[in-house]
Design a protein around this ligand. Sequence first.
Ligand code: PLP
Length: 399
Amino acid sequence: MPSPLSLADVEALRARTPGAQTVTHFNHAGASLPSSATLEAIRAQLWLEARTGPMEAGVTGREQSERARLLAARLLNARPAEIALTTGNSAGWGAAFAALAPLRSGERILVGRHEWGGNLAAMRLAAQRTGATIDVIPSDSSGAVDPQALEAMLDDRVRLIALTWMPANGGLINPAAAIGQVARRHRIPYFIDAAQTLGQLPIDVAAVGCDVLSGVCRKALRGPRGTGLLYVREDFLPRLTPAFVDTRSAPLGTDGEPVLRNDAARLELSESSLALHCGVANALEEALEIGIENIRARIDSIAQALRVQLAEIPGVTVLDQGREQSGLVAFNVAGLEPLSVQSKLAAQGITIGSNGVGYTPLDMEPRGLKQIARASVSYLTTEPEIDRLLNAIRALRGE
Ligand SMILES: Cc1ncc(COP(=O)(O)O)c(C=O)c1O
């Protein structure tokens, strides 16, 4: 287990992160800042492709893809054969959902109220086509999805439980493992959207009890845009028939019939950016070297400090729910639209996010929220950066 991150460690990591020199970044939940070594790994593969021929450079590139798969498996306590490399969270989640056997009329999908809007759209389209329904699992008084309420809703028509572990619109962390226990006990397929969780919180897929878990590499993992990971539990794999296949996922056998791969790569296609996979492998290696427990501990202390100080600014309301909280801090500033807060801060070189209802409709609508400002931290975030953000928000209030 690596030792906890000291301030000197953080400074050293920042020195190896070009963006840390040029922007005060509070949009790590949108996409974080890659290290120089991750950028270099991508660049090296692109140069190799340019110099030796892109297909010829594929030998080296594929080795790095497999390295990324191995490291991803280590990160999640999974087997490499249970990992598919994807192009983003929705690409992985959507591929797995589309690969399920078709829903039937009257069947039910149960979702937490923080479900990512994109996943919800996929589920609603499927429900419209088939006459299935989507029911929302009630939350407890902290706002988190309630495992007991889930248990009380179950019947033999439930085909899927879907949970977004860490919502995009604030700091709440859902009890993914407690939900997993219910899903396992009742043998109901369980999908987790871990877009914000991957690289931010230790994930042990065996302990969580999920069948499918999707993640994206550009956020807490600090990998390149356009990359993601998908975990599919080995025993669950036979229940996934990809919506479409190619020569990699289902090569034709000698009899001319397609032979579906028997690992999670049945959800991959033959063509992908091997240069980006090189970047992913490096980002995974860095995260594992730092230690996800250490990353979690630092993010937690920084985010809590930010929440407390933000809440002290007159006119600022911190909107985060949950007992256990992530590095995403949602807030609103009285008299200012979140989009305007975002653009005024951007003009000063401070980046934050601003989310509308479409990302988390089942949560924003009942809470009467139309848009939220979101400052999200990384283990790279420093106290002077927090001071800069807070001072800029105080000044906005003073305008
Ligand atoms: C919880 C959650 N799920 C899914 C996504 C979508 O990820 P992608 O853009 O990689 O498809 C996001 C993006 O912010 C997210 O926060």
